[in-house]
Ligand binder design. Structure first.
Ligand SMILES: C[S@@+](CC[C@H](N)C(=O)[O-])C[C@H]1O[C@@H](n2cnc3c(N)ncnc32)[C@H](O)[C@@H]1O
Ligand code: SF4
Length: 389
């Protein structure tokens, strides 16, 4: 299992690829839709330049994640060249490093996947979102349902044995039956991992505009809860492990990269707007893609801003991020990392949440109960508000 697989000093590399063919109505990620192939090349050069200047954590690199935007828009040979540059500084980079690439079904072919596999990508995260043409169209997705099926089958043909699918529930006017259909159809594609997100209405997106004007009607909380319950029961039935609030995997296929975030391990983020974390320090790059390319070419830092987390803030984050995981927070690991006892630092909060039936303890583990999962944000806020003892 992953927990035993990785060490407190293991770290991950996040590589932000900001290009998209079109912008989906709900998305507020740092993306651009107007840049072409020449810019892809310049951007990948900029990433290599930033990597070469970066100070690397001293532990093992266990995961590289190309996220976006749409990393599958970039030619696989450029992804391969970038991975070669990474390997030059990380000599022990072996086949056991998880190398994930996010792919949009409207941008890929079998040939494309074959090349990605050849250059060392070993995990795909494919954005399916929904299995009805009407919803895909309404979300301004650039692909149809057939493209999703084809992308998964091409990925398998190309030799990918670790394929994840993303879907969103709670879409405007989405019925419960449609969500059932989406999940049932996705399961027919035999994914190794599923990320199922409840739709977030982000300010400044066309989705938020539509909701405000009343032209888009969001499902009510009861329907959302029914959708989440359906996913929970169906995937449990099919042998998936609900290892984190939004993530399910076949046993052994949990995403290493995500786990690093939830255990407050170090990660280095490269690219426009990318965030990094190392030993209580968090920092992020500015978002402008042109500016990023130009400054990296000139050998200047991409740093926008940062913050230093106090010891207490790190402990709070460790606990609420850890509670997102099904396996919860391990008190011994907490002690090894912070040299303090979890139950002393969070004495009142743990007691209160236990009385309310929102968290439970099993030996060294503190975890959310079923009810705690439903009210996860309330629990997280409690820990975030914890003051110094
Ligand atoms: C970078 S995208 C994945 C790759 C590719 N760009 C695509 O969309 O196919 C990451 C995922 O975040 C999820 N996502 C993005 N914005 C969201 C929102 N507002 N609410 C819920 N999920 C969202 C989508 O499921 C999406 O697949
Ligand atoms: S969801 Fe994916 S494809 Fe759509 S705009 Fe966001 S990053 Fe781009």
């Amino acid at each position: 299992m992953i927990e035993d697989d990785f060490l407190l000093t293991d770290w991950g590399l996040y590589v932000h690829i900001p290009f998209c063919q079109a912008r989906c109505t709900y998305c507020d990620f740092n993306t651009v839709t107007h840049m072409g192939v020449d810019d892809h090349q310049s951007y990948m050069d900029a990433l290599a330049a930033e990597w070469e200047r970066a100070i690397l954590p001293s532990g093992r690199l266990i995961s590289v994640f190309f996220g976006g935007g749409t990393p599958s828009l970039v030619d696989p040979s450029l992804i391969g060249r970038f991975l070669d540059v990474v390997r030059e500084r990380v000599r022990e980079f072996g086949p056991d490093v998880e190398v994930t690439l996010e792919a949009n079904p409207g941008t890929v072919t079998r040939e494309h996947f074959v090349k990605l596999r050849q250059v060392g990508v070993n995990r795909l995260s494919i954005g399916a979102q929904a299995m009805q043409e009407s919803h895909l169209k309404a979300l301004n997705r650039i692909h149809g349902v057939t493209d999703i099926r084809r992308a998964v089958s091409d990925a398998r043909d190309a030799g990918f044995d670790n394929v994840s699918l993303d879907a969103i529930y709670g879409l405007p006017a989405q019925s419960f039956a449609e969500w059932q259909e989406t999940l049932t159809e996705l399961l027919k594609l035999k994914p190794d991992h599923l990320s199922l997100y409840r739709l977030q209405v982000e300010e400044g997106t066309p989705l938020a505009d539509g909701v405000r004007k009343g032209t888009l009607i969001m499902p009510d909380d009861d329907r959302m809860a029914d959708m989440a319950d359906f996913a929970e029961a169906t995937l449990d039935d099919r042998g998936f492990v609900h290892y984190e609030i939004s993530n399910w995997s076949r046993p052994g296929f949990d995403s290493r990269h995500n786990q690093l975030y939830w255990t407050l391990n170090s990660y280095l983020g490269l690219g426009a707007g990318a965030h990094s974390y190392h030993e209580g320090r968090r920092w992020w790059n500015y978002r402008g893609v042109r500016r990023y390319i130009e400054t990296q070419r000139a050998g200047e830092p991409a740093l926008d801003d940062g913050e230093i987390l106090s010891h207490l803030e790190q402990m709070r984050e460790y606990v609420w991020l850890g509670l997102r995981r099904q396996r919860g927070v391990n008190r011994e690991r907490f002690h090894t990392k912070f040299h303090e006892h979890l139950d002393e630092v969070f004495e009142t909060t743990v007691a209160e949440l236990t009385d309310l039936g929102l968290v439970e303890s099993q030996d060294a583990i503190l975890k959310l109960t079923g009810r705690g999962r439903d009210l996860a944000n309330t629990v997280f806020r409690k820990f975030m508000a914890e003051v110094a003892p």
